[in-house]
Ligand binder design. Structure first.
Ligand code: MG
Length: 183
């Protein structure tokens, strides 16, 4: 499978004031090992993340690169890797199709790796993630970390279903490794 991961609230703790430095990137327990397990089992793993903090002028692209440097290094330390990081720098008021709930990053990822929607699964914590994945026709797993519990409580419109719900990225990974998610 091509596994597309949202970043904030899935891999690292979500912050209402954005992750602005490498130090503010705090990993959710088990997340990095879960990515390594996906790698080991031959799945491609890419990140699809909205980073409006760039469009809002809060951080630069260079800072984002440094933040992702920490992510990739920490992941390498547990034997994991990310095949590509897609990010949408758009501010909400000038959003392109790349900013979720737009599906632009999903189309880019599927084109880059030549994967079809039926072989692609999104793991995210917000309705925007689920909407983008539904638009692109990919499978969808909601994690209860980050904003996930609140998202689950809000519920999903029928056109977004089915959505599998996992406790965290580690459990979502188990679903994928066992081929056990709603389709
Ligand atoms: Mg998120």
């Amino acid at each position: 499978m091509l596994v597309l991961l949202d970043r904030d609230g899935v891999i690292n703790e979500d912050r209402t004031d954005f992750v602005k430095t490498p130090d503010e990137l705090i990993f959710i327990p088990g997340a990095l090992k879960a990515i390594a397990a996906l790698n080991t089992h031959g799945h491609l793993v890419a990140i699809v993340t909205n980073q409006s903090c760039i469009g809002r002028g809060i951080i630069t692209t260079e800072t984002l690169t440094n933040i992702h440097g920490k992510l990739l290094q920490s992941l390498a330390a547990v034997g994991g890797k990310i095949d590509h990081i897609f990010f949408a720098p758009d501010a909400p008021w000038e959003a392109t199709e790349n900013r979720k709930p737009g599906a632009g990053m999903f189309y880019s990822a599927m084109a880059m790796f030549r994967y079809k929607p039926r072989n692609t699964v999104l793991i995210g914590d917000t309705k925007r993630d689920i909407q983008a994945a539904a638009k692109a026709g990919c499978h969808r797993i909601l994690v209860q970390t980050g904003k996930g519990t609140a998202t689950q409580q809000d519920g999903f419109e029928p056109d977004l279903l089915p959505v599998s719900v996992a406790k965290n990225l580690a459990q979502a990974t188990d679903y994928i490794l066992e081929g056990r998610f709603s389709t």
